[in-house]
Ligand binder design. Structure first.
Ligand code: ADP
Ligand code: MG
Length: 319
């Protein structure tokens, strides 16, 4: 199968490749054309996933397609953007029809969930890797940056953290499990749900935001640095799923929640007066701490005492 036939059959023909919305022209020409409404800004992010580095090889190609698009689209959620579309630069060792069909199906599933469209890409032979570039739009000046957090704001997250890290031993085949807990965690790892609607609801309200990809502590450190403030996290308020606590035990679950990445839940700073309205609207917001004067991130126990942490993450567990 030639390069053009492959592109035509698996990507141009995919449901997610249909033009529409802000996509004026999709796959097939030298470039795609996007219509950005007047008064809005284009929001762009790119991510590369390499086999054996960012995902195990081999793995289920349908799940890989879902995860690749979710991971990239989550950056749009973190900016409060409305998704438009994405490009896919794919490097493949060989054109295997079953693999390509399943991978494209995974892209389709996540694209439908995120209202994304495949607008172009590049296809080359080489070790398995993929670069997805996502495009979105936001009303001018309303993108959620990492840099606006203010002393006195609440520190919030958009849901439970740690599930994807809890799933890692299963993903890597170091641990077996067929329980309901194991499959719930695996689902969080392979099919994270970018919090696009929450991000959009936070426009004009949150003062800083990002999506948690490296771990709660590390990513809060990014907000602290960009905003020149200190983020105080109350350990007891870090939301952990029942599945994770049952699967890993409370201590390990907390470690996953603090230091594990790959959850793609939003973390953000919110002025106190904004919280009641957002909760009344039903957003799954959990307050985990506050913004203080200072720098870096601190972790507090139930008595308000500092829990020691290191740069790599949580380092408190009794060995
Ligand atoms: P060019 O020679 O201009 O780089 P290509 O032959 O690489 O064009 O691609 C032809 C068309 O197919 C372009 O519209 C390109 O965006 C699209 N395309 C190539 N690879 C992919 C892919 N993996 N997914 C989606 N679209 C693709
Ligand atoms: Mg090309």
């Amino acid at each position: 199968m030639g390069e053009f036939e492959l592109i035509r059959h698996y990507f141009a023909a995919a449901a997610c490749a249909r033009a529409g919305g802000d996509v004026v022209l999709g796959i097939g020409d030298d470039c795609a054309l996007l219509a950005v409404p007047a008064g809005e800004q284009l929001v762009i992010s790119t991510d590369t996933l390499v086999a054996g580095v960012h995902f195990p090889d081999p793995c289920d190609p349908c799940l890989l397609g879902q995860r690749a698009l979710a991971v990239s689209t989550s950056d749009l959620a973190a900016m409060g953007a409305t998704p438009i579309g994405f490009t896919l630069a794919l490097s493949l060792p060989l054109a295997e029809p079953g693999w390509l069909e399943a991978f494209a199906r995974g892209l389709d599933i996540m694209a439908a969930a995120c209202d994304m469209r495949l607008i172009g890409g590049d296809t080359t032979r080489g070790p398995l890797s993929m670069t997805l570039t996502v495009f979105g739009r936001v009303p001018a000046g309303q993108a959620l940056l990492r840099s606006g957090a203010r002393v006195g704001d609440l520190l919030c997250v958009g849901g439970t953290v740690g599930d994807a890290a809890g799933a890692l031993p299963l993903v890597l085949g170091e641990r077996e499990g067929a329980s309901a807990e194991a499959s719930a965690l695996l689902d969080r790892y392979w099919s994270p749900q970018p919090q696009l609607a929450l991000g959009q609801a936070l426009r004009g309200k949150a003062t800083a935001a990002l999506d948690i990809s490296d771990g709660l502590l590390a990513d809060c450190g990014h907000i602290a640095a960009a905003s020149s403030v200190r983020l105080a996290i109350e350990q007891a308020r870090v939301p952990l799923s029942d599945a994770l606590v049952r699967w890993a035990g409370r201590e390990r679950a907390l470690q996953c929640g603090l230091a594990g990445g790959d959850d793609y839940v939003l973390a953000f700073a919110l002025p106190r007066e904004e919280l009641p309205g957002l909760l009344a609207d039903g957003w799954p917001i959990r307050v985990i701490g506050r913004i203080e004067a200072g720098e870096g991130v601190r972790l507090l126990d139930a008595d308000g005492k500092d829990v020691p942490i290191d740069r790599q993450g949580y380092n408190h567990f009794n060995a």
